[in-house]
Design a protein around this ligand. Structure first.
Ligand code: HEC
Length: 163
């Protein structure tokens, strides 16, 4: 005699695959959880952009993210430390000529906690980082800073010629 339960399964063949369905549902849940786990355990330091985003289209972007962002924060000024000014359009980095900015990045600032990068970055790399920062400024700020940089350099050159 056929047990009653078997009779029910025969009428609903899908019930035979119940175990398979629960395994598939379980796998589905696991894979749905995976991205959550990834966001809960970031692989980069706070304030840093995940590695896949540091490739960036600008040659100075990766250098900025790796060397500067930990203190100065990202373009929105997020993720930095107190005392390190944002280099975006709300900061005052654009008030200074290139010669000063380059000098500070290579040699540090004696007045504060800005470290020198002369032993880690070449002048070309510093120039790339600065030109990346400039993409955060308004067109007016870029124009003014370029003008200030040029006039400062001309004044220095004149002084050197007269000595
Ligand atoms: C350990 C933290 C730290 C790191 C890393 C750092 N800075 Fe700074 N930086 C500071 C602090 C603090 C100041 C403010 C010092 C002061 O003005 O006396 C500063 C100031 C500056 C200034 C002067 C801004 C102004 O308007 O006076 C520039 C330019 C600058 N940093 C660029 C950079 C660049 C580019 C990098 C990466 C190559 C970098 N910094 C990495 C902490 C840091």
């Amino acid at each position: 005699m056929v047990p009653a339960s078997r009779g029910r399964c025969d009428r609903m063949p899908i019930m035979r695959f119940r175990w398979l369905i629960s395994v598939l549902v379980g796998l589905g849940l696991l894979s749905a959880c995976a991205p959550l786990d990834a966001t809960e355990t970031p692989t980069t330091a706070p304030g840093r952009t995940p590695a896949q985003e540091t490739g960036g289209s600008h040659p100075g972007e990766r250098l900025y993210v790796l060397n500067c962002q930990v203190c100065h924060g990202n373009q929105r000024g997020q993720g930095g430390v107190v005392g390190a000014p944002s280099h975006n359009e709300t900061g005052h980095t654009w008030h200074h000529p290139d010669a000063h900015l380059t000098d500070w990045v290579l040699n540090g600032k004696i007045t504060g906690a800005m470290p020198g990068f002369g032993d880690r970055l070449s002048e070309a790399e510093v120039s790339a980082v600065l030109s990346f920062i400039k993409t955060w400024w308004t067109p007016d700020q870029r124009e003014t800073q370029a003008d200030v940089s040029q006039r400062y350099q001309e004044a220095i050159d004149r002084q050197e010629r007269s000595q």
